[in-house]
Ligand binder design. Sequence first.
Ligand code: GLN
Length: 538
Amino acid sequence: MADTKYIFVTGGVVSSLGKGIIASSLGKLLQARGYRVTIQKFDPYINVDPGTLNPYEHGECYVTVDGHEADLDLGHYERFLNIQTTRANNITTGRIYQNVIEKERRGDYLGKTVQVIPHITDEIKRNVKSLGVKNKFDFVITEIGGTVGDIESTPFLEAVRQLRWELGRNCFCLHLTYVPYIAAAGEVKTKPTQHSVKELQSLGIQPDMLVLRTERKLNKEILDKVALFCNVEQGAVMQSVDVSTIYEVPLMMQKQGMDEVLLRKLNMPTEGEADLERWKAFLQKRKDAKKEVRIKLVGKYAELPDAYKSINEALSQAAIYNNRNLVLDVCHSEKITPENVAEILGDADGIVIAPGFGQRGIEGKFIALKYARENNLPTFGICLGMQCMVIEYARNVLGLADANSTEMDPKVTHNVIDLMEEQKHITNMGATMRLGAFDCTIKKGSLAFKAYGKAKVQERHRHRYEFNNKYKEMFEAAGMKCTGINPDSDLVEVVEVPTLRWYLGTQFHPEYNSTVVSPNPLFMSFMEAAAATREENI
Ligand code: GLN
């Protein structure tokens, strides 16, 4: 069996160029040639994981099946490659230092002075190579977060430099940069790219391939000029022009021969072509979907496009598979009042109530839910969204006017949502929620069962509070049914109101496992209902 190959993806000039999308696209092309591929991300910040970050910092917190709170790029990896990642796929500076300090405290370093080189870099290298053990993968792609030249990413780049030596021909470096267009001069400028590559070279890393992110198509002369100045082979400089969807990027890279160039440079066979039939079929469906479906997502991070990344993607995938063009409007929950709710949600074909933490914006979610329920609009509550469904139902249908979650009101009498027993003695905030995939048994005959088509499912969680089983009978008698239950803990994972068209909430996050070739069944079912509502609305 051939050795595992290691590909490093770095970025220069500015951040937010889409390294994650380029890494995922390269991964997709290799996977579509039949290779086993995984992708990991190093984040240079000191937090041990992004679980304690609010969405204003780095957008949504993604959750892996094994319960790791991860960077949202892992969501891209899973959606592109249809794989499951784990805690080994996302590592921060904080985690590297934590491991090294733990080893130091145990006495593992036998009296040595513990230093950035070699101890921190060794720990980084160990975390790269651990994904390649036992030849489980043909390719391990490692994305280095941040921008070349940042102080914080220097140890990671030093580790890459060392690995290049150790791995020899089994290593490949791809550098992503930005080529700006200067309107006043009417020209694109490659100088920032040249500087960024020089910076990388000064750290001892010579890129094998460059990807130039650009808003305007670059001609061959520009690409060749960059190749010449940056010591990169002609033909190994690709361009990534803005496209209408990130899912076009693998095809755009394939057209430029990205996978072929890489394989040739790694001395691997280059014949044949990546088989992207299903991928292309999805993109074709996207193009063909002309009819609209209007979804309103109600949450408190309306101004942040990355805060609900996985939900947006899951909705758009489901819309495309339902032959619909998704028109998604994120509504700020703090701005919804009983007076304006009809105006804000009036033209919606479906409503999603977002996950979240804390009191801010919560009343707007209740108002939106009451409106959706009374107007029989397809409604999907996710995590906090499901908890809000329960609270709104308790207040307005069960007549428990003060019902609430103890998260919002610790002294509430009717604690229909309550802190989970296992959470009561926890004081640390990091990685202490109920996290990762758990079994859920779906009741036959329910809407959820119809969507999944089976009784045993697994979905991912991230929460501390939970439906209070003391109220279960009361809810069921009043029409809100508990149709998904964890078989081990008896926790309620799904609620629904069967007398309504599509009114369902999940304690778990089904958006995390929705991928391009395998959309999540609940999102599919919700979208089908929303599309049907659209037809009636017209
Ligand atoms: N804040 C709620 C809880 O901790 C919901 C969390 C979420 O929406 N992810 O239970």
